[in-house]
Design a protein around this ligand. Structure first.
Ligand code: PEP
Ligand code: MG
Length: 757
């Protein structure tokens, strides 16, 4: 935002007065008393009060101009209580022209504040932590505008210096209140990358101490900023060069985009404006960074959030260049292997650490398509995201276990848990080596039945697993995933290029592309988002594709162009009735005809299939089999619709078991129909990824399973230890039993028959 010249010069005078106060004599309390007086006078407010955070998340009135003096050190509000508590809880400013009408208003008689109507408060922030709240109040119903909020925020940065100095509230008081946190703790988040790791915690760059907020010499500060920006850009160029060693994939595009951000003039000019307003370069970066984090808290749009994370990453980096606190030097002091803990982390920041050994990563935010998660995937680092308050609850040096599989972390685990985790990691490493050794071994049962193991993929980085696992091809390419990490819907040429790269990675191996399964919870930030009561059963996948055929046609056009001379395999998601399949197929035919008319090289062959994931389709199977080239069962959706049980609801996660009579009967029926019509059948739902469940699927007659790469080795080990004939008899014998689950019976069978699970 551009500041009006009047405000800039007014702010400068105010900042100078505050700087003199900060540098002047007296205790911290006396300086704070002076600051609230100056602010009240300069901002023409009857009240200015500073509330400082004490142990136990309590905000205490430390200084006031305008409220009754006897309230000082008496008035206390818990975080979340009253307007002051609300600002602390949300870490966001609040401006009201009638404070008492706000539902959060908490009246404290000792303050005498009932005569003041308008209220503006901002958090006193330091390194993302709320250290207090700064408030001004007026008797009249005053409207505080954006510029005034900004000015108060700048003042709050100066007060933050005082609050962080340890003189107002001793750091011991805060530390002791946290000792309850020294006990072992388990925190749950979401899985961003699987794997298990243990190590001492390193908190991602404890915030740098800004020594000086107000600058003495504006031109000199601008020059320092210019030099630091230039040095930072050089370092980022180097980092992007280094990342080439990681091979191809989305992480490369992400880092290139990041580099473009660093070259963006708008961001630097906003920082320069703040320097011109009287701040030091460090404080100006901090100010813009705080604004970014605030916007980040508000942004629900995943793409925008990623951009904001990138901007935060850049601000941190620029701070380090300004303070000459360059990572390579400071990182030398890190332990050789550690768990990195951060609120958010940009992809480039993760790369900074990659010369060291990050064993695991814990984030307070993050989503599976967050850029940092994708880069972590390329680096094979286990990640748990959305762990609330992780940076508060973990102290540097605490031993932390990151359990990516179960989306949890353990802080300061007991000695026996540490030992068992270390043993589990060693066992995993051995198992992984064993599974990798099977990558070129065939997936054949002991009685000679071959099983095709295919890969579920969605990003280019997943394609590397074709070689490492020995998968026979890609059984499910989820085409919506690359779109979820982009900023706009790609043009046909871009899509064509992307699919071409997928084909190139696959070489001779087949790839089955699934057309877009967007809608529901898979939101593309750049398309209009419709709020639905039941998104999983809403306007998604093929329903959107048929109602807005332009998008589906463009995708099919790109697939046809990319396939030139190769075998094209396409399947449609969420088909519920035959006519939907026929209409989708007709669109594909139209695109084939168009490619032909344009004289393009056509695919060598085209096979078209459907995902079996809506139960209604089960009763249209024989007609469907006459029309499709193949069928893929998607148990993730099929189970949720069959049992009326939301697949994303953790409370229902283990409610029903696929290893039970209704599912086994249904799948047996599907196998029989497909076999009777000679239609190739595969399973690409997650049921196929679990060795025990896959064992039963094979016994039911499935011969093609498509799973995430990590499952292929364990599946191969299971298949190679299996005598299918004997198992099929057993499955026949027990699968009609009306038990809640037959899992324990199958487990016992596997144990007795030495099947490797
Ligand atoms: C399924 O539903 O089983 C499936 C494979 O599709 P997705 O998980 O992408 O919905
Ligand atoms: Mg599905």
């Amino acid at each position: 935002m551009k500041e009006a010249p009047g405000i800039v010069s007014g702010t400068r005078r105010l900042l100078r007065r505050l700087r003199d106060t900060m540098a002047g004599s007296g205790t911290a309390q006396e300086r704070l008393d002076r600051i609230v007086r100056i602010v009240a006078a300069e901002l023409v407010a009857e009240v200015c009060s500073a509330y400082i955070m004490r142990a136990g998340e309590v905000l205490e009135l430390f200084a006031t101009q305008g409220l009754r003096p006897e309230a000082i050190h008496r008035t206390r509000l818990r975080v979340g209580e009253g307007l002051v508590g609300l600002i602390a809880a949300t870490a966001r400013p609040l401006a009201l022209n009638d404070a008492q009408a706000h539902s959060g208003f908490a009246y404290r008689p000792e303050t005498g504040e009932e005569i003041y109507h308008s209220f503006m408060g901002v958090p006193i922030l330091r390194g993302g932590r709320v250290l207090g709240v700064l408030v001004i109040q007026n008797r009249t119903s005053r409207h505080y505008d954006e510029d005034e909020i900004e000015v108060l925020q700048t003042i709050a940065m100066i007060v933050a210096e005082l609050a962080a100095g340890g003189e107002l509230v001793s750091p011991r008081e805060i530390a002791e209140s946290r000792t309850a946190g020294m006990l072992p703790v388990r925190l749950v988040g979401i899985r961003l990358n699987p794997g298990l790791a243990i190590g001492p915690a390193v908190l991602h760059e404890p915030p740098l101490q800004i020594r000086q907020v107000v600058s003495e010499d504006v031109p000199a500060e601008i020059e320092r900023l210019r030099e630091a920006v230039a040095a930072m850009r050089d370092a980022i160029d180097q980092l992007v060069l280094d990342s080439r060693g990681l091979g191809a994939g989305e992480h490369r595009d992400i880092l290139e985009t990041y580099r473009m951000f660093a070259a963006d003039r708008g961001w630097v000019s906003r920082i320069a404006d703040a320097v011109r307003g009287g701040l030091t370069a460090e404080a100006a970066v901090q100010k813009i960074r705080d604004e970014t984090s605030r916007r980040m808290l508000q942004a629900s749009d995943p793409y925008l959030r990623e951009r904001l994370v990138d901007l935060e990453d850049l601000a941190n980096r620029l701070q380090r260049h300004l303070s000459k606190h360059i990572p390579d030097v400071t990182f030398n002091e890190l332990p050789p292997e550690f768990i990195l803990v951060a609120r958010t982390l940009g992809p480039a920041e993760l790369m900074d650490y990659s010369h060291r050994r990050i064993a695991g990563l814990v984030l307070e935010e993050g989503s599976p398509t967050a850029h940092v998660a994708i880069v972590a995937r390329a680096l094979e680092i286990p990640v748990v995201g959305r762990v609330e308050n992780a940076t508060d609850r973990i102290e540097a040096g605490d031993i932390v276990i990151v359990d990516g599989e179960h989306a949890q972390i353990l802080i300061r685990p007991s000695e026996d848990i540490r030992q068992s985790t270390t043993a589990a990691i060693e066992a995993r490493t051995r198992r992984r080596a064993f599974h990798e050794s099977l990558s070129s071994a065939p997936a054949i049962t002991r009685d000679g039945i071959g099983i095709r193991l295919m890969l579920n993929a969605g990003l280019l980085i997943d394609m590397a697993q074709l070689a490492s696992t020995g998968a026979e091809g890609v059984g499910l390419f989820r085409t919506e995933l690359p779109l979820m990490v982009r900023d706009s819907f790609p043009a046909v040429d871009d899509q064509t290029e992307f699919y071409r790269r997928v084909f190139e990675y696959a070489g001779e191996r087949p790839v089955v592309f699934r057309t877009l399964d967007i809608g529901g919870d898979k939101i593309l930030p750049y398309l209009p988002h419709i709020v639905e009561e039941n998104p999983a059963m809403g306007w998604r996948a093929i329903r959107i594709g048929l109602d807005r055929p332009a998008m589906l046609r463009e995708q099919l056009r790109a697939l046809i162009r990319a396939a030139e001379g190769r075998h094209l395999r396409v399947k449609f998601p969420m088909v519920a009735e035959l006519p939907e399949f026929e209409r989708a197929r007709a669109l594909l035919n139209m695109e084939l005809a168009r490619a032909n008319d344009e004289g393009r090289m056509l695919p060598a062959s085209v096979e078209v299939g459907v995902m079996l994931e809506v139960p209604a389709l089960l009763w249209q199977l024989s007609e469907l089999c006459e029309r499709v080239d193949f069928l893929s069962v998607g148990t993730n959706d099929l189970m949720q619709f069959l049992f009326a049980c939301d697949r994303g609801n953790p409370r229902l996660a283990d409610r029903y078991d696929p290893l039970s009579a209704p599912v086994l009967r249904l799948l047996r029926e599907v196998v029989a129909q497909a076999n009777a019509s000679s239609v190739p059948l595969s399973m690409c739902g997650d049921m196929a990824a679990n060795p025990l469940e896959a064992m039963v699927l094979i016994a039911l007659g499935f011969r093609t399973l498509s799973t995430p790469g990590a499952a292929i080795g364990p599946l191969k080990a299971m298949i190679r230890s299996l005598d299918l004939g004997a198992l099929a008899d057993y499955v026949n014998e027990i699968s009609a039993r009306p038990d809640h689950s037959l899992k324990s019976k199958f487990e016992a069978y596997a144990r007795d028959h030495l099947i490797a699970l």
